[in-house]
Design a protein around this ligand. Structure first.
Ligand SMILES: Cc1cc2nc3c(=O)[nH]c(=O)nc-3n(C[C@H](O)[C@H](O)[C@H](O)COP(=O)(O)OP(=O)(O)OC[C@H]3O[C@@H](n4cnc5c(N)ncnc54)[C@H](O)[C@@H]3O)c2cc1C
Length: 306
């Protein structure tokens, strides 16, 4: 219930104004977002790579409504990739891209052209791109763009969301040789017609999808902070004899950092998803919705009036 309210608020420009201008917001944002600028992104990446982690960088922004904004997002990724390469941070660091930030909602061809330019820059920098998955109305379009990009850039990563009923079948489709697939639970508010609603059903779906990916020929990227699913992932890695170069765990910046370090210590590849930029509102609200206990963090910041 609370999750639905927070996710509904994530689409409200009125609530956005309220949250964005509140004095305590900065402290909350800082926990989940590396900073506003490219230099903040590089600094966070450097620190994580020094700690033995891999990174995927997300320039925040989504639901872009005009070509200028979409092209500006593309250009930021091109700059970022150039700087990552110059700093020797590739291939440890790759980028995650939301097609809606590149124009998908009003011009799918423009989103494809922009994503293709980013893939070309990533390729030149010796690294990869993963297409984030957004709400279910964009799934087919995103998978179509992915298929086109993979013709020239086969390492382009997909994201599949275990809460969608279709995902087990999508996992089968995308479990072929070389296919990089991030499996996550899913972060949007989705209707029952397309998505499992209870946490138990979503977790069961996640395990079924993980079995398909881990027993397949691709490169699974298990994106979760859930201790039970991580333990099952470790178990499946043993079953299917997948070493650190044949799958990875992924987690979000600022969430369970000790667990990230524990897994690195166990010899696993762990990639942290590092968001940066000033368009943090939708991202932050999804993080709050996942764990309403995070609202306490908001509450404490509010009381301390910093
Ligand atoms: C690398 C990465 C990339 C992602 N990309 C996408 C994407 O492209 N599309 C998409 O829809 N979703 C994406 N997600 C989000 C994902 O779908 C989930 O919403 C999110 O990961 C929470 O699910 P969980 O598996 O961690 O399990 P949950 O059941 O939500 O959490 C399990 C435990 O993890 C901890 N935890 C989880 N979330 C938080 C939090 N916000 N703050 C503090 N502790 C927390 C808590 O201890 C919690 O009990 C991504 C997640 C990751 C890790």
């Amino acid at each position: 219930m609370l999750r639905s309210v927070i996710l509904a608020a994530s689409r409200s420009s009125q609530v956005e104004r309220l949250v964005a201008t509140a004095p305590f917001t900065r402290d909350v944002v800082r926990r989940f977002v590396a900073g506003a600028g490219t230099d903040d992104a590089l600094r966070a990446t450097r620190a994580l790579v020094a700690d033995g982690q891999a990174v995927t960088l997300d320039y925040l922004g989504e639901d872009t409504t005009n070509p200028e904004q979409a092209n500006a997002t593309r250009d930021e990724y091109l700059t970022l990739l150039r700087l990552l390469s110059a700093a020797g941070l590739t291939p440890a660091a790759e980028v995650s891209v939301k097609l809606s930030a590149l124009g998908q909602l009003f011009d799918e061809q423009l989103a494809y052209d922009n994503a293709r330019a980013i893939c070309a820059a990533a390729d030149a920098a010796g690294t990869t791109v993963t297409l984030d998955m957004e709400d279910h109305t964009t799934t087919d379009s995103t998978l179509d763009v992915l298929a086109k990009l993979r013709k020239d850039y086969p390492s382009t990563g997909a994201v599949l969301q275990a809460y969608l009923r279709r995902t087990e079948s999508d996992c089968r489709e995308l479990s072929g040789a070389g296919s990089r697939v991030r499996l996550c639970k899913g972060a949007y508010k989705e209707p029952e017609s397309v998505a499992y609603q209870s946490a138990r059903e979503v977790d069961k779906s996640y395990v079924r999808c993980m079995n398909v990916l881990m027993s397949g020929d691709g490169y699974p990227m298990l994106a979760t902070h859930d201790p039970r699913l991580i333990a099952i992932g470790e178990d499946r890695a043993r079953w299917f004899d997948r070493g650190a170069d044949r799958f990875e765990f992924q987690m979000l910046y600022g969430i369970r950092p000790e667990e990230q370090q524990r897994l690195v210590g166990e010899g696993y590849t762990v990639r942290t998803y590092v968001p940066y930029g000033d368009q943090w509102y939708g991202y932050l609200m999804r993080r709050l919705a996942e764990r309403p206990a995070n609202l306490m963090f908001f509450g404490r910041a509010l009381v301390s009036k910093k």
